[in-house]
Design a protein around this ligand. Structure first.
Ligand code: C2O
Ligand code: CU
Length: 549
C-alpha cells in the first residue's frame, strides 16, 4: 500500500452558527475537519501539532490498529494527552476496515468540533461489492452548542446534573434551514436523474441517537462501521453516535421538486430531556431547462417518532455481513471466555463539597458491571507495557456483582450506587470471547451505543428484557452476523457480540453517548501478547507524549 502524510494542527478558530459567533477547536482551521482518503492496505502518517490551550488526543474510530495500541489515541488509556505546543505522530495502518469510518479527539468533550471522515476505498484496482456509484456524498452528522463545549462537561461535573442540550443538530457542520439564521449555509447537493449515489454517513453527534431519511427516496444499506453488509432497502436509518453507514440511493424522483435530507432524535430514555429539533440538507436535481424547478419548499421525509424503539430495532435487526468468498467472516463458534456486562446509569449521594443538582438531590454517575471508570494519571498502556504498578487493577468483574431483574420497573436505591475504580479485564491472546451487554433500568434505560477499540466484533444476537442464556443463544446468527465497532444495546434489552482476541494491546470499551462516558460508562480490555513475533504489541513510538510537565 501507499503511505499518506498529513499535517494536523489543532487550534482555535472563529465560527458563526445560529447567529452567534464563538471560538471552537479545529484541525487546520476547518470545521468539520479534513477528510482522509486512502485505499485498504495503505498507511496514514499524521503529524499532529497542538496549538490549542487544551490537552488533546486523536482517535481513529473504526481502525483496528493491529498490534499498535500506541496510535489509538484514547486519553489515559493509550497515551497521555498532547499538551499545548507539543506534537505527536500517529501511524495508522488500514488493514481490516473498508468503507466509511472517522477520526475524532478522544479527551473530554473536544470531539464535538474536532472530528472528520476517513474513507477507505478497496485495495487498489479492486471494486466495491456493489455497482459503482456515480458519485459519493459525505454526510457528517453533528451537534452545535452556542456555549463553549469544553466547559460543558466541567459545568455538569460541578452541579452533578445533566450537561446542557445542544442548540442544533448539524449536517456537514450546518444546522439547516429549519433553524434560525441558517438558511443560506444549508448543505446542498445536486444529483442527476437516473444516477446512483453513495452516501457516506458518520454520526459525530455527542449525545443522541437519530433517525435519518431523504424525502421520497429509498435507501439501501451496503456497509456499516467499515464492513460491508448484505444490501437491504429501507425508508429511514437509525444511527448512534460513533456509527458510520454506507448507503446507496437512486436519484429517481421528479426533478421539479426539491427534497430534504433530515435527521432528528431517537430518544428512548424515558424522562430525560432531549432536543426534538430537525437538521436538514437539501437535495435538488440538475435541471434540463431553465424553468423546471417549481418554486416551493422542499419535501420533508417522514421520520419515525422520537421514542419509536420498534422502528429502531426493525432497522438494526436487518444488518447482515456480506459473508461472501471475497469478504469472508470468521465468527468464533467455540467460546472459551464468556463475559456478561451490565450497563447502567447511576446516582450518587452527595457529600459536603459536591453540589447535587441531579435527580432526587443526587449526582449522576454511570457504570459497567457496577464499576464506574476512573481515568488514571498515566496511561494504562504505558503502565502495562513498562510494568508500572499502582495505575490500574486487573480485577474488572466478568459478571455483574449481583443478579437482579435488570430491566425491572422499580429497582430501588440499593442498585443505584456504583463502585469506583480503574480496573481492566485481561484476555489471553486468541481467546474466543462472547460478550453479552445487558442494558439496565437502574435509573433509566436507554439505547447505549457501546464502542470497542481495536476490534470489529460480530453482533450475533439481541433482544429485549433480561438475557436468557438458555433460550436466547438458540436464536443467534452465526452464519452472517454483521461486523461492527459500535452497537446499540436495545432500550431495556441486551446484545451479544463475539470476537477473537487476536489484537494484543490495551483497548477501551465505552458508551459513545458523551454524557455517559463522562460519568464512567467505560472499561478496558488488556489483550496479552501471543507467543510468536507476529502476535506481540509493537514497540512504542519514539515521541510518546510525556505524562508530567
Ligand atoms: Cu469514537 Cu472511544 O471512540
Ligand atoms: Cu450510554
Amino acid at each position: 500500500g501507499r503511505i499518506h502524510h498529513h499535517r494536523f494542527v489543532v487550534k482555535s478558530s472563529t465560527y458563526t452558527r445560529l447567529c452567534s459567533t464563538k471560538n471552537i477547536l479545529t484541525v487546520n482551521g476547518i470545521f468539520p475537519g479534513p477528510t482522509l482518503k486512502a485505499n485498504r492496505g495503505d498507511t496514514l502518517i499524521i503529524k499532529f501539532y497542538n496549538q490549542a490551550q487544551y490537552n488533546i488526543t486523536l482517535h481513529w474510530h473504526g481502525v483496528k490498529q493491529a498490534r499498535n495500541p500506541w496510535s489509538d489515541g484514547a486519553a489515559f488509556i493509550n497515551q497521555c494527552p498532547i499538551r499545548a505546543g507539543k506534537s505527536f505522530t500517529y501511524k495508522i495502518h488500514l488493514t481490516d476496515e473498508e468503507g466509511t469510518i472517522w477520526w475524532h479527539a478522544h479527551i473530554g468533550w473536544a470531539r464535538a468540533t474536532i472530528h472528520g471522515m476517513i474513507i477507505v476505498y478497496p485495495v487498489n484496482g479492486q471494486n466495491y461489492p456493489f455497482r459503482k456509484p456515480y458519485a459519493e456524498i459525505p454526510i457528517l452528522l453533528g451537534e452545535w452548542w452556542k456555549k463553549n463545549v469544553m466547559e460543558i462537561e466541567e459545568n455538569a461535573n460541578k452541579t452533578g446534573g445533566e450537561p446542557i442540550l445542544s442548540d442544533a443538530y448539524t449536517i456537514n457542520g450546518q444546522p439547516g434551514d429549519l433553524y434560525p439564521c441558517s438558511k443560506q449555509e444549508t448543505f446542498r447537493v445536486e444529483v442527476e436523474q437516473g444516477k446512483t449515489y453513495l452516501l457516506r454517513i458518520v454520526s459525530a453527534i455527542m449525545d443522541e441517537n437519530v433517525f435519518f431519511a431523504i424525502a421520497n427516496h429509498k435507501l439501501v444499506l451496503v456497509g456499516t462501521d467499515g464492513f460491508y453488509t448484505k444490501p437491504f432497502e429501507t425508508d429511514y436509518i437509525m444511527i448512534t453516535p460513533g456509527q458510520s453507514m454506507d448507503i446507496l440511493f437512486e436519484a429517481n424522483q421528479p426533478i421539479t421538486r426539491r427534497y430534504y435530507l433530515a435527521a432528528r432524535a431517537y430518544s428512548s430514555a424515558i424522562g430525560a430531556g432531549f432536543d426534538n429539533t430537525t437538521t436538514t440538507a437539501i437535495l435538488h436535481y440538475k435541471q434540463t431547462t431553465k424553468r423546471n424547478l417549481i418554486p416551493s419548499s422542499p419535501l420533508l421525509p417522514s421520520l419515525p417518532h422520537y421514542n419509536d424503539t420498534r422502528a429502531s430495532t426493525e432497522f438494526t435487526s436487518k444488518f447482515k455481513s456480506l459473508a461472501s468468498k471475497d469478504h469472508p467472516i470468521e465468527v468464533p463458534l467455540k467460546i472459551n471466555t464468556h463475559l456478561f456486562f451490565t450497563v447502567s446509569v447511576n446516582l450518587l449521594n452527595c457529600s459536603g463539597e459536591n453540589p447535587c443538582d441531579g435527580p432526587y438531590g443526587k449526582r449522576f454517575s454511570a457504570s459497567v458491571n457496577n464499576v464506574s471508570f476512573v481515568p488514571p494519571k498515566i496511561d494504562i498502556l504505558r503502565a502495562y507495557y513498562y510494568n508500572v504498578s499502582g495505575v490500574f487493577g486487573r480485577n474488572f468483574p466478568e459478571n455483574p456483582p449481583k443478579k437482579f431483574d435488570y430491566t425491572g420497573e422499580d429497582l430501588g436505591d440499593e442498585y443505584l450506587t456504583p463502585e469506583f475504580g480503574t480496573r481492566v479485564l485481561v484476555l489471553e491472546y486468541n481467546a474466543s470471547v462472547e460478550l453479552v451487554l445487558q442494558g439496565t433500568n437502574v435509573l433509566a434505560s436507554d439505547n447505549h451505543p457501546i464502542h470497542l477499540h481495536g476490534y470489529g466484533f460480530y453482533v450475533v444476537g439481541s433482544g429485549f428484557s433480561n438475557f436468557d442464556p438458555e433460550k436466547d443463544t438458540l436464536g443467534y446468527n452465526l452464519v452472517d452476523p454483521p461486523q461492527e465497532t459500535t452497537v446499540g444495546i436495545p432500550n431495556n434489552g441486551w446484545v451479544a457480540v463475539r470476537f477473537r482476541a487476536d489484537n494484543p494491546g490495551v483497548w477501551l470499551l465505552h458508551c459513545h453517548l458523551e454524557r455517559h462516558q463522562s460519568w464512567g460508562m467505560s472499561t478496558v480490555f488488556v489483550v496479552k501478547n501471543g507467543d510468536t513475533a507476529q502476535s506481540k504489541i509493537l514497540p512504542p513510538p519514539y515521541d510518546l507524549p510525556s505524562c508530567s510537565d
